[in-house]
Design a protein around this ligand. Structure first.
Ligand code: G1P
Length: 291
C-alpha cells in the first residue's frame, strides 16, 4: 500500500522576468490563459488528483496569489446583489472544496530546490506532489491524476516526462533512461539542463512530481548546481537507488507557459476548447491565415 498523496507544493516565488513588463507588479502565475490564471489551473489539477493541502511557496510581490485563493466578500456580495449567479459560482469555485491553503515565503530566489525545501515543515514526513504552474496540460485525464495512478502502482518517486527536441535539453531536467515498461521509465540518472551533446537522452522532466520526504535531507545541504541555483533535479538524482524512481510519459499536450510562444499557444488551444469561443477563434485564425 502506498501512502496517499494529500499535499501539493506550488513554488511561485520566481520573478517571471521573461514576461516583463507584465510581471513587474503582478506574479507570472496570475497571467491568464483565456480567463483563468495559470496557478488556478495547477490548483484544479491537484484537487482533481485528490489533493487537499495546497502549499504555496511565495516571495515578494506575490500578494495577488493569496488574494486570489481567499474569500472576496465585497465581490461576492455585489455579484449576489446583481443576481449574477454564474459569475458568483466562478468566484466561489476558485478555492477547491474541503481544502486547506498555506503560504510560506522563499526569502531569496535561490532555485527550485530551495523553494521546495522552504515547504519542509508544512509537508512533514510524507510523500507529496510538486506542480510548476508554468507547465500547463490539456489532457483527458489531468496530469497529476496520471502521476498519482502511476505512483499507486510503483510507490517511490514519480516524475512526468516527455521527449523534447535535442537542441532544447539545456532548458530541462533530463533523464538517463533505464528499463522501460509501457509508459513507465525507470530513472537511472538525472541531469539538470545539460548541453545537447552531454545529455543522456532527450526525455525531459515537465513540472509535475511526486516525491518522497527524504528529498528534504538532500535539499537541506543547499548545494548549488546548474546556473548557480539549488536544483531539485540534483537532490532527486541523489535519491536514485533507494526507493523506486520512475518517469511517466504523460498523455496529453503540454504548454510551456514560461515562454511567450508557448503561452500564446496555450491561450489558443484552451480557447478552442471553449464552446463560447471556439467558433470565433476559428474565424479569427482564418482571417489571419493568409497574412
Ligand atoms: C524546472 C526544472 C527542470 C524541469 C522544468 C520543467 O526548470 O528545474 O528540471 O525540466 O522546470 O518545466 P525551469 O523551467 O524552472 O528552468
Amino acid at each position: 500500500m502506498t501512502k496517499r498523496i494529500r499535499k501539493a507544493v506550488f513554488p511561485v516565488g520566481g520573478l517571471g522576468t521573461r514576461f516583463l513588463p507584465a510581471t513587474k507588479a503582478m506574479p507570472k502565475e496570475m497571467l491568464p490563459v483565456v480567463d483563468k490564471p495559470l496557478i488556478q489551473y495547477a490548483v484544479e489539477e491537484a484537487a482533481a488528483a485528490g489533493i487537499e493541502d495546497f502549499i504555496f511557496v511565495t516571495g515578494r510581490a506575490k500578494q495577488a496569489i493569496e488574494d486570489h485563493f481567499d474569500v472576496s466578500f465585497e465581490l461576492e456580495y455585489m455579484l449576489k446583489q446583481r443576481g449574477a449567479d454564474g459569475r458568483l459560482a466562478d468566484v466561489r469555485g476558485v478555492r477547491p472544496a474541503n481544502s486547506r491553503v498555506a503560504y510560506t515565503r522563499q526569502g531569496e530566489a535561490l532555485g527550485l530546490g530551495h523553494a521546495v525545501h522552504c515547504a519542509r515543515a508544512l509537508v512533514g514526513d510524507e510523500p507529496f506532489a510538486v506542480l510548476l504552474a508554468d507547465d500547463l496540460f490539456l489532457s483527458d485525464k489531468p496530469c497529476m491524476q496520471q502521476l498519482v495512478e502511476a505512483y499507486d502502482r510503483t510507490g517511490g518517486n514519480v516524475v512526468a516526462v516527455t521527449e523534447v527536441p535535442r537542441e532544447q535539453t539545456d532548458r530541462y531536467g533530463i533523464l538517463d533512461v533505464g528499463e522501460e515498461d509501457g509508459d513507465m521509465v525507470a530513472v537511472r540518472g538525472l541531469v539538470e539542463k545539460p548541453a545537447p551533446e552531454d545529455a543522456p537522452s532527450n526525455l525531459s522532466i515537465i513540472g509535475r512530481y511526486i516525491l518522497q520526504p527524504e528529498i528534504f535531507d538532500f535539499l537541506a545541504e543547499g548545494k548549488a548546481g546548474a546556473g548557480g541555483e539549488i536544483q531539485l533535479t540534483d537532490a532527486m538524482a541523489r535519491m536514485i537507488g533507494g526507493k523506486p524512481f520512475h518517469g511517466l510519459r504523460v498523455q496529453g499536450r503540454r504548454f510551456d507557459c514560461g515562454d511567450k510562444l508557448g503561452f500564446f499557444e496555450a491561450n489558443l488551444a484552451f480557447a478552442l476548447q471553449r464552446d463560447d469561443m471556439a467558433e470565433g477563434v476559428r474565424r479569427i485564425l482564418n482571417d489571419y491565415a493568409g497574412s
